[in-house]
Design a binder for this molecule. Structure first.
Ligand code: C2E
Ligand code: CA
Ligand code: CA
Ligand code: CA
Length: 277
């Protein structure tokens, strides 16, 4: 027994070592992944419910790891955030998404692009300047770009965030509050945010048809947002009934697996060609 115990401990210990080692390796690999184009963007359509047309797509990053395959963003974004790599990652995403915007444009596909911004980006005093530089360098019509920002990303350092976001919005960039309803921001803080759009978090959407409380929350969020002059996007729509319910209540935009999962750029062009308009 004693022997087995010892063996187990050893196995356990070495597992910790491997995990730490793997983590360190992942950190280093992420650096080279950003530099060597191992990241890929998938795109998920945002449907304009009044027009019945897909007008926007959200860019969602994945890591195409040579050994592990496709790694989801929830696995490596926190690492990028903790190891000072978030600005490099967001720059890469922005440049690549804009390049794709132009590729689609050449195929006569007009799609505005939304990209996700992390708290680390907003803490960087030069954030707003490098965003404007990329937009100018890459020849992007600024009004066709939306930045999705979670409430918590702003709460981390509201003064810096609000200052930079205000400047970007003055230049015509669209700003969206992501995962609305899950953060810790108060209405007073939200009121100070210079935003155009509010994305209701999917945790309020997914059980909409079976949960009356969720319907109450979504109804009043729609009213509140509309009274503040904001466009509302519902994310995480997985069935037709939910989509219809939201459309009936004046929700402007819809996103979710019911329409399409995030797919690569070519997949999206194909999906669009088959989408009933
Ligand atoms: P998010 O911005 O809230 O993105 C929505 C996530 O929900 C995506 O996961 C998407 O695939 C998933 N989703 C969309 N529709 C449905 C649905 O109908 N049902 C369900 N169950 N899920 C749905 P994904 O792509 O794994 O991204 C996870 C998170 O990683 C994103 O959440 C975002 O916070 C972060 N992320 C992704 N790409 C980037 C990026 O380029 N930069 C930054 N800073 N964060 C990113
Ligand atoms: Ca988002
Ligand atoms: Ca979201
Ligand atoms: Ca989220």
């Amino acid at each position: 027994h004693a022997k087995k115990h010892k063996l187990d401990d050893q196995v356990y210990d070495s597992r910790i070592d491997i995990n730490t080692l793997e983590r360190l390796q992942l950190i280093n690999e992420l650096k080279s992944a950003i530099q060597h184009n191992e990241l890929v963007l998938f795109y998920q359509p945002k449907l304009d419910l009044a027009l019945g047309k897909v007008t926007h797509v959200e860019a969602l990053v994945r890591w195409l790891h040579p050994v592990s395959g496709l790694i989801p963003p929830d696995t490596f974004i926190p690492i990028a955030e903790k190891t000072g790599q978030m600005n490099a990652l967001t720059r890469w995403v922005m440049v690549e998404a804009i390049a794709q915007y132009h590729r689609w444009k050449r195929q006569d596909i007009e799609l505005a692009i939304a990209i996700n911004i992390s708290a680390e980006n907003l803490k960087d005093e030069s954030f707003c300047q490098w965003v404007l530089d990329i937009i100018a360098d890459q020849n992007m019509p600024i009004e066709a770009l939306t930045l999705e920002i979670t409430e918590d990303a702003v709460v981390a350092d509201p003064a810096t965030a609000i200052k930079q976001l205000s400047v970007l919005r003055q230049y015509g960039l669209k700003l969206s509050i992501d995962d609305y309803g899950t953060g810790y921001s108060s209405l007073a803080q939200l009121k100070q945010l210079p935003v155009d759009e509010l994305k209701i978090d999917r945790s309020f959407i997914q059980q909409l048809m079976i949960n009356g409380d969720d319907r109450t929350i979504v109804n009043s969020t729609l009213q509140l947002a509309h009274n503040l002059g904001l466009t509302v996007v519902a994310e995480g729509i997985e069935d037709k009934a939910t989509l219809s319910w939201l459309k009936q209540r004046g929700c402007e935009m819809a996103q979710g697996y019911y329409l399409s999962r995030p797919i690569d750029a070519d997949g999206l062009s194909q999906w669009l060609a088959e989408f009933p308009t």
